[in-house]
Design a protein around this ligand. Structure first.
Ligand SMILES: C[S@@+](CC[C@H](N)C(=O)[O-])C[C@H]1O[C@@H](n2cnc3c(N)ncnc32)[C@H](O)[C@@H]1O
Length: 276
């Protein structure tokens, strides 16, 4: 769903996430988001640590892609409210010519999108207000076409996004099919990067969160276990160390001290589109 106007009367996933990041600069949330976020925190006390561990993974994986894998093009869907450093700042610190397209479906992100446009002069960034569930509106957009060359490798990041995308067996709507639609549009040498919340490390807490979350935040979504998250990488080569909690993926940069598997309760991985 593409949000047309900011609705300050209902919690919003981008703003609630910013509330979880409040100890590291998040400040773009409304009372309704704070209330919803606080209720989630009562059920999942580690959620702020998880948000920081996730954000740290976003930055470390971007640096790895730019530095070790030589990626120069990035498509980040479900960007969230800008949070310094943003993905392009990390990529361009390694390669100033790096190009980044950011996308989110929430109006609040569009409102702050200027912070995502501070590209190094050698590179380029763009912001697109679009819905992940409508791949053509992203892959065929003018913004993407102006900035990225889909004949050359692209790192597609779907960090902390896919748990908002629920499968609907009655219509055949499937998050896995959607991800495949994106990865099949990318050439060999491209990458898929994602994080996803999981019940695997603490099933009782997650039963509470999934039952409670919907009534509190009004969000639909789907929590997935390891096998379901791994299936997003079908046909791709998972990069070492495979699917692990985000704080365990190449922890050669900042990782929150309090991060442990139960607290963070997420999977993170990077997969490469095989070939050349
Ligand atoms: C938890 S935040 C993650 C932000 C960032 N990717 C990160 O990992 O730090 C999830 C973001 O996904 C966005 N989102 C949720 N559903 C979406 C959809 N269908 N299309 C595009 N963005 C979506 C939300 O608005 C929110 O900004």
């Amino acid at each position: 769903m593409l949000e047309d106007e900011i609705d300050a009367s209902r919690p919003d996933p981008a703003r609630v996430y910013d509330f979880f990041l409040r100890h590291v600069g998040g400040k773009s949330y409304y009372p309704v988001d704070e209330q919803a976020g606080s209720q989630v925190e009562e059920m999942w006390p580690g959620v702020s640590v998880a948000a920081r561990a996730n954000r740290a993974f976003v930055l470390r994986s971007t640096r790895w892609l730019a530095k070790e894998a030589g990626v120069r093009q990035f498509l980040d869907i479900g960007t969230g409210i800008p949070s310094e450093p943003n993905l392009h700042q990390v990529a361009q610190a390694v390669a100033p010519e790096a190009r980044v397209v950011y996308t989110d479906n929430r109006r609040i992100v569009l409102l702050y999108a200027e912070a995502l446009m501070s590209s190094a002069p050698e590179g380029r960034t763009a912001y697109l207000h679009a819905d992940f569930a409508d791949p053509e509106s992203i892959l065929r957009s003018r913004e993407l076409g102006d900035v990225l060359d889909l004949d050359r490798p692209v790192a597609l990041s779907l960090n902390a996004l896919l748990h908002y995308i629920a499968d609907d067996p009655s219509t055949g709507f499937s998050a896995h099919e959607l991800v495949r639609r994106y990865t099949s549009a990318l050439p060999a040498g491209s990458y898929l990067v994602l994080t996803h919340v999981t019940p695997d490390f603490d099933p009782p807490t997650w039963r509470k969160v999934t039952e409670g979350d919907r009534s509190i935040t009004g969000q639909t979504g789907q929590i997935r276990d390891r096998a379901e998250v791994e299936r997003f990488f079908e046909g791709l080569d998972l990069v070492d160390p495979g699917l692990v909690p985000p704080h365990r993926w190449h922890p050669d940069g900042p990782v929150p001290e309090e991060a442990d598997d139960v607290t963070v309760s997420m999977w993170a991985g990077v997969g490469r589109v095989p070939g050349s």
